[in-house]
Design a protein around this ligand. Structure first.
Ligand SMILES: Cc1ncc(COP(=O)(O)O)c(C=O)c1O
Length: 384
């Protein structure tokens, strides 16, 4: 089966994990800190807190930023459920802003319009979560300007964009956003199996997410009310077990070394698809804004199925029969039954995202995709 995404594991990854399995620490040992330091070095953050998965990273971010009932947090409808669910976890109210039709990331002009419309009703937006969808950075300069102008918190859901650059800078994410979250799920650029991290330059946010990662426990002498001995800890707020293991982090460290090479391979495949499809009718290849270098977690091709007189559902079923598992990223979140029922969103609310969803096909893209399979995808799409 040719899938849309897949991990790349080699002998050095296996050896890195085995070494930890033979060591004294399976979890809460030195490999976690090593991975966090490596993340800081690569992404230019002051602090990194590795956690169980990207969803946990989002959950802790909302808590560390103090989201609570009554707060409004805005994100894009074209993202994975977890980006919006973390707003719900905090008891805050999610709202959406449509995507820019070129970059497929949240449209800053519409963000500002939405903030103003809340203001006119006497309400304030608390935070924006930009999503670097597919590996294309958002217009972070504009989002930062808006965040400063209206005093909002800015979060980067950076899960798709590890290794991307913005104005030539691979360390852009923490420079613009107050908090950056990542996922290391196997389809992502690097993997730890399940895993994620929170990156920030803000010490207070870092300390809070670190405490919440382990049940809210602290041994910090500055905050302890008592100190009964070296075993002693206190809990001042409720936290979770969102820890990641040492063998996962050893894998993460080894994978991170190969991130640039992985991105190069993804870009070669994207170039092949661009060459194959940019001139055929009824399809739109992903554009790359001048300011960015795409990391191609996904290759979202838009196909106008209506114009072709084709049924997208039947097409996907036919492709599966010949072992090609295309995917769609994403069903716009505002039309998920939960969001419609609980918050009153309806079809038609974010029309650019909805049209995008109807047309989007995520083509297979991952470093181990061989030429033969990539050629097969090219001819299948050209046959359309
Ligand atoms: C944009 C986005 N945000 C958040 C997540 C959640 O990450 P995880 O699956 O590691 O919980 C994902 C993963 O699919 C994602 O693609």
């Amino acid at each position: 089966m040719i899938s849309y995404g897949k991990q790349t594991i080699d002998q050095s990854d296996i050896e890195a994990v085995v070494q930890i399995l033979k060591s004294d620490w399976l979890t809460q040992g030195p490999a976690v800190e090593t991975f966090e330091n490596d993340l800081n070095n690569y992404f230019g953050s002051k602090y990194a807190c590795a956690v169980a998965n990207g969803t946990a990273a989002l959950h802790l971010t909302g808590l560390a930023l103090g989201w609570q009932p009554g707060d409004i947090v805005i994100t894009s409808p074209i993202t994975f459920l977890a980006t919006a669910n973390c707003i719900v976890y905090a008891g805050a109210t999610p709202d959406f802003v449509d995507i820019d039709p070129v970059s497929y990331t949240i449209d800053p002009n519409l963000v500002e319009e939405k903030i103003k419309s809340y203001q006119s009703k006497g309400q304030k937006v608390k935070a924006i979560i930009g999503v670097d969808y597919a590996g294309h950075p958002c217009d972070w300069k504009s989002l930062r300007t808006i965040a400063d102008k209206y005093d909002l918190q800015l979060v980067n859901d950076n899960c798709h964009a590890l290794g991307a650059s913005y104005f030539g800078d691979k360390q852009y994410a923490v420079k613009y956003a107050d908090v950056v979250i990542q996922s290391y799920h196997p389809v992502k650029h690097i993997t730890t199996g399940e895993g994620g991290a929170i990156l920030t330059n803000n010490a207070k946010i870092y300390e809070k997410v670190r405490r919440l990662r382990t049940h809210g426990m602290t041994k910090d002498s500055d905050v302890l009310r008592n100190n009964d001995g070296p075993w002693y800890y206190e809990m001042h707020e409720v936290g979770y077990n969102y820890r990641i293991t040492d063998f996962q982090c050893a894998l993460g460290t080894n994978q991170l070394r190969k991130l640039d090479a992985f991105i190069d391979k993804r870009r070669l495949i994207a170039q092949k698809y661009d060459d194959a499809f940019s001139k055929i009718g009824c399809s739109i290849t992903p554009s790359v804004e001048d300011y960015s270098d795409h990391a191609y977690h996904l290759y979202p091709l838009q196909i106008d199925f209506d114009k072709l007189g084709l049924n997208k559902k039947e097409y996907f079923i036919d492709m599966k029969k010949i072992n090609v598992n295309f995917q769609v990223h994403y069903i716009p979140i505002h039309i998920q039954p939960f969001y419609m029922k609980k918050y009153g969103f309806k079809l038609g609310d974010f029309s650019i995202s909805e049209t995008f969803y109807n047309r989007e096909v995520s083509l297979p893209i991952y470093p181990l995709l061989n030429n033969e399979d990539a050629d097969k995808i090219c001819s299948l799409i050209n046959d359309l």
